[in-house]
Design a protein around this ligand. Structure first.
Ligand SMILES: CC(C)(COP(=O)(O)OP(=O)(O)OC[C@H]1O[C@@H](n2cnc3c(N)ncnc32)[C@H](O)[C@@H]1OP(=O)(O)O)[C@@H](O)C(=O)NCCC(=O)NCCS
Length: 144
């Protein structure tokens, strides 16, 4: 049976292991234990994990800035894919955002991750052609 529940810091090591094992997911300083704890505290109850057979098999992290929602790190272990687990995880996040009155959500996909782009497109998410993301990195924070 697959269970979806709110992610806590007790899940951190397992989530990081999932991320490490998944091509197409980049791990940054922002994924440190300290930064993740801050993120989960700021966006309480909005990130989720999926469990099956006594282990963690999927996750998604969600937050907001008061106006827009943001999704990160949606992933499901290969042997559990195509069962609607990602869809359930994302739905939980979007419901949390909706409950806060936030009706728009963004996410980043590496330009090399064609499979993820196909997935999001298939789920009705719109690839933005009208905006480019600009990021400022303070010197010394190149892996932020
Ligand atoms: C993308 C990913 C999370 C999908 O997980 P999943 O649990 O297999 O997805 P679901 O079973 O919920 O799929 C939902 C729908 O998307 C479709 N889908 C799933 N993977 C797809 C893919 N790679 N390409 C196109 N469509 C896909 C399914 O067929 C299903 O469609 P349906 O509702 O019409 O049947 C998973 O493939 C993954 O972990 N990939 C690697 C990590 C990654 O790239 N994550 C995205 C980072 S932005």
């Amino acid at each position: 049976m697959i269970t979806i529940r709110v992610m806590t810091m007790d899940d951190y090591d397992a989530v990081l292991a999932l991320m490490n094992a998944t091509p197409g997911i980049s791990i940054r300083d922002a994924d440190s234990r300290e930064a993740t704890a801050r993120y989960l505290q700021r966006n309480s109850g909005m990130s989720f994990v999926a469990q099956a057979d006594g282990k963690l098999i999927g996750c998604v992290m969600c937050g907001h800035d008061g106006r827009r929602g943001y999704l990160q790190h949606l992933l499901v272990l290969p042997e559990y894919r195509r069962q609607g687990i990602a869809q359930s995880l994302v739905q939980r996040c979007l419901s949390c955002l909706e409950a806060l009155g936030i009706g728009k959500c963004h996410l980043d996909v590496l330009k090399t991750n064609d499979a993820a782009a196909r997935y999001w497109h298939g789920q009705g998410w719109q690839r933005r052609e009208d905006i480019d993301r600009f990021s400022f990195t303070r010197p010394g924070n190149e892996n932020a």
